[in-house]
Design a protein around this ligand. Structure first.
Ligand SMILES: Nc1nc2c(ncn2[C@@H]2O[C@@H]3COP(=O)(O)O[C@H]4[C@@H](O)[C@H](n5cnc6c(=O)[nH]c(N)nc65)O[C@@H]4COP(=O)(O)O[C@H]3[C@H]2O)c(=O)[nH]1
Length: 881
């Protein structure tokens, strides 16, 4: 383990340094736990100190307010912002901040921004973004010029400004958002003493605000910092979990990918704030505004001066003054020419949107020369990636606010599209009439790329390109919701390579990394596109499988099958630089649906299952839930065997008699039997659910139906059996088949016996499943003459209201009530109630599971129409029935 590189984050101290240090130290220590190659320390600096620290390269990262960042970046060369701070107010994330303009509540003469003209306004510091610049810019946008009010600097902290206003030293004040709320909370001021001017109503911003919102502090790196180190640091900052108490106590919510700092730049340019205090004095916009009149004036002055110099010596003094003006103007022109040739592309259009001038940067960036663009409209740059609405919105903003800035895609002459940060400004004459439009843009391809790289760093494992733990956790949280919505199981698989550490040590870490990459690739190929494959570090991988269906056993079997596929994939030989390696893995599985567990619990359980697999000899799959484990094993066996059972004629129908009150035979219920060649007779309760879950019940049910039809057909040949009714069980999955009714009727037509001889037993739960579709199908079949019995009645929740509307012939009392009816008065009462209910609904009623004569007598006395049970006959093959 190489020594870690010590790197320092310089943080701007806007309050005493020890307070800043106390706030950030725990966060940095927390961050350090996740850094493998770097160790961070934090150092607070007051404004000027930070400037010198950056200049002397004493710091490696800078976290400061956006305006100071722009100033430092301009003069000292910092990186682009790598991440933006998200502060926290009462646990609400604040991604931006803004300025507040306020006055004493009682000053009724100050209502809007224009009322501030001629007033004294207190501010903490002219260089403060939130305490001066934002408000001054907002006022400027609203037509209140900088020199139309008097500014009084109170010094930092911002609270001083609030006192100045409350004590009447100034009529209004500027502070950054949050200051008033903090003073209110500490009881320093009264809410009704203050009124906010130009209040903005942003629903998700909980603080008083008078300006638009600007992005929070950027984190940037110094040019000398190694990019891999910067990447690791930023990766950890971006993935901080806002739930940790350390962050909460520091009122930090976390960090986001860098916000757009262009609006701050724009504001600083307009206010001619440092570093734009030099260039801003001669911005192209300024020159353009004044240029024409002054140039004409200057030229006229030259002529006048020349004429006068020849003719009128007496005018020498005036002449020299005019010459001075001329010099100034020449200077302006020279500077404007330089400004026009910045690195930013510039073009100017007339009111008809025809391009009348472009600069060199424009030509370089777009590939067009003057001839090709002059006279064209800016549509020549259109990339085709934005719709008409997008451009309409831009023009609406320009018309309303005099300008627009934002990101869009342009197209070069070569056809290549590129992203730009663009600003369009309406140029107005002295009367306020728009005369031209000036547009500047710069190519932001590199910035976009670095944003993508940062995203990659934040959410993906750098070695394998798989999702990292953070992205996986996000996906799990989403899976909680989608599984609840779709009622579909998900599974979390923990995969650990067996003895990898030993292999890694013997083969060398570089080879080990190569091996992990191949494993990652094989894992991805073993699952569906929508599933998440993540690397949690070392040789541990985690896979999130989604959409495994609504049945837990089904899901368990799918998870088992996929895990087997993964084990096979991993066990294929690895050929690395001529050496062949063999690997195995252990997999732990935990199934989940909905939000019953937390992400942590879920991870822990899958992890435990994985350890179980390791403990049991490795190269194995284990479920967290042992019953799942057993079920999965048995079910996959049964499933495999079931697939062949029909073909191999292993099924047989048994028939159990149903008798009338007088003891005469009414008919039979057909019950399926499976004679497994090895395991012997497998009871239906064991294989029918598997057949349901795998869908095999559909062909099996079809087979039962055909057998039953054959039997009835045979009975038709024998006059003593012509009236016998045969009941078959229909499973939910079978009945839910879209084509069930059509196929059933079609199959029946081949036999042509009276339809009422075939009775269909449906369970209560089947009815509840999708009531309207079920009722529709029952009615269709009933119209064709088939009868229905409701099986297991009393165990479900049938509501009387719809029982009445079903085309039912018979209610079948569940055998659990019959079994205990003689001993348990409650069961007896239920049996009696069901019989009464059936009579009321004019339905027949049959008791199943009748085992004794006493039961039969009691049931008969209660008025039961039909009975079935071992007392009358066990299910048996037909010849014996
Ligand atoms: N203890 C006791 N049990 C008695 C008595 N009389 C009958 N039984 C048993 O009770 C079950 C009655 O069938 P079920 O409620 O429809 O319950 C059936 C039914 O839901 C399902 N099943 C059987 N055959 C088929 C089939 O062909 N298709 C479908 N979908 N399900 C079937 O499997 C379940 C179990 O079938 P079996 O094991 O044959 O069990 C049968 C039967 O053997 C008795 O006096 N005492």
């Amino acid at each position: 383990n190489l020594a870690k590189k010590n790197l320092t984050i310089g943080i701007l101290a806007f309050e005493p340094k020890h307070l800043i240090k106390a706030n950030w130290q725990p966060i940095i220590e927390h961050v350090n736990q996740y850094l493998t190659h770097v160790s961070l320390q934090v150092e607070p600096y007051y404004y000027d100190e930070l400037y010198s620290a950056v200049a002397r390269r004493e710091v490696d990262f800078v976290l400061t307010n956006s305006a100071y960042y722009i100033e430092l970046a301009h003069s000292q060369g910092l990186s682009s912002p790598l991440a933006s701070l998200i502060t926290s107010y009462k646990n609400t994330p604040l991604r931006g901040f803004g300025g507040v303009i306020f006055t004493q509540a009682e000053r009724t003469n100050i209502q809007g921004l224009s009322d501030l003209k001629g007033k004294r306004i207190a501010t903490p510091k002219l260089g403060s973004v939130g305490g001066y610049m934002m408000q001054a810019y907002e006022m400027l946008q609203a037509g209140v010029e900088l020199d139309s009010y008097k500014v009084i600097e109170t010094g930092l902290p911002h609270e001083k400004t609030v006192w100045a206003v409350l004590q009447g030293e100034a009529e209004a004040g500027f502070v950054r958002t949050g200051v008033l709320e903090s003073m209110l909370e500490r009881g320093l001021i009264q809410a009704d003493a203050i009124r906010i001017i130009n209040q903005q109503e942003l629903t998700d911003f909980p603080l008083a605000l008078s300006t638009r919102l600007y992005p929070e502090w950027p984190l940037a790196a110094m040019a000398h910092v190694n990019t891999a180190h910067a990447g690791q640091v930023v990766g950890v900052f971006l993935t901080l979990d806002h739930n940790t108490s350390i962050l909460r106590e520091a009122n930090v919510y976390g960090f986001s990918v860098p916000a757009d700092y262009e609006p701050i730049r724009e504001l600083m340019r307009t206010l001619k704030a440092k570093p734009y205090n030099i260039e801003a004095a001669i911005t192209w916009r300024d020159i353009w505004r004044t240029h024409r009149e002054e140039s004409i004036l200057a030229m006229t002055a030259i002529l006048v001066i020349l004429a006068l110099s020849l003719l009128l010596v007496a005018y020498t003094r005036r002449l020299s003054k005019t010459l001075e003006q001329l010099k100034d103007n020449e200077e302006d022109l020279r500077i404007s020419a330089v400004a026009f040739d910045t690195l930013e592309a510039i073009f100017i259009t007339d009111l008809n949107e025809r391009i009348i001038r472009v600069n060199n940067a424009f030509k370089q960036l777009t590939g067009y020369d003057d001839k090709e663009v002059l006279g064209q409209t800016p549509r020549i740059l259109s990339s085709g990636m934005h719709d008409a609405d997008f451009y309409r919105q831009i023009w609406r903003e320009i018309k309303t606010f005099g300008g627009w800035t934002g990101e869009l895609w342009n197209k070069r002459k070569s056809g290549e599209r590129f992203p730009v940060q663009q600003a369009i400004t309406a140029v107005k004459d002295v009367r306020g009439q728009t005369t031209h439009y000036l547009s500047t843009f710069s190519d932001i391809t590199v910035r976009k790329l670095s944003e993508e790289q940062i995203h990659q760093l934040a959410f993906y494992d750098p070695l394998t390109g798989l999702a990292n733990r953070r992205l996986l956790e996000d996906h799990i949280v989403q899976a909680f919701s989608s599984s609840a919505r779709n009622k579909s199981y998900c599974a979390l698989l923990f995969i650990d390579l067996d003895h990898f550490k030993h292999l890694n040590d013997t083969m060398g870490h570089k080879q080990g990394d190569e091996l992990l990459k191949v494993v990652a690739q094989r894992l991805k190929e073993s699952v569906r596109d929508g599933d998440t494959v993540a690397r949690q570090g070392g040789d541990e991988f985690i896979i999130l499988l989604e959409d495994l269906g609504e049945f837990k056993h089904d899901a368990a079997i799918s998870a088992q099958t996929i895990s087997e596929k993964i084990l096979t994939a991993i066990s294929q030989p690895y050929l690395l630089t001529d050496t062949q390696y063999i690997l195995t893995a252990s997999i732990g599985i935990n199934l989940f649906i909905d939000h019953h567990e937390t992400v942590e619990e879920l991870m822990k359980r899958s992890d435990l299952a994985m350890y179980q697999a390791k403990a049991e000899g490795r190269d194995a799959i284990r479920f967290f839930d042992p019953s799942m484990q057993e079920a999965a094993a048995r079910r996959s066996e049964i499933e495999a065997d079931l697939r062949q059972a029909i073909e191999l004629e292993q099924f047989e129908l048994y028939y159990q008699p149903k008798v009338n009150r007088d003891g005469s035979l009414n008919g039979y219920e057909a019950l399926l039997r499976w004679h497994h060649p090895v395991k012997g007779m497998i009871p239906p309760l064991e294989f029918i659910p598997v057949a349901e879950e795998t869908g095999l019940i559909v062909p099996i049910g079809q087979w039962v139906f055909m057998q039953a039809c054959h039997t009835i057909k045979q009975w038709q040949q024998d006059s003593s059996k012509q009236q016998l009714i045969l009941a078959i069980n229909i499973s939910a999955r079978q009945f839910r088949q879209k084509s069930f009714v059509a196929e059933f009727i079609k199959g029946y037509m081949e036999f042509g016996f009276p339809a009422h001889l075939l009775e269909l037993e449906l369970t209560e739960s089947l009815l509840m499943d999708d009531v309207s579709a079920t009722v529709g199908k029952m009615k269709e079949l009933n119209q064709a003459g088939f009868l229905f019995a409701l099986d297991d009645f009393g165990t479900g929740f049938s509501s009387l209201s719809y029982l009445k509307n079903l085309p039912l012939n018979c209610l079948k009392i569940d055998q659990s009530f019959v079994h205990d009816m003689l001993e348990d008065p409650e069961d007896a009462a239920i049996v009696e109630t069901i019989i009464t209910l059936a009579k009321t609904l004019k339905l027949k009623v049959i008791a199943e599971g009748v085992e004794t004569q006493e039961q039969a007598i009691a049931l008969r006395e209660l008025g039961c129409d039909l009975m079935q049970g071992y007392y009358f006959g066990k299910p048996a093959p037909l010849p014996l029935a």
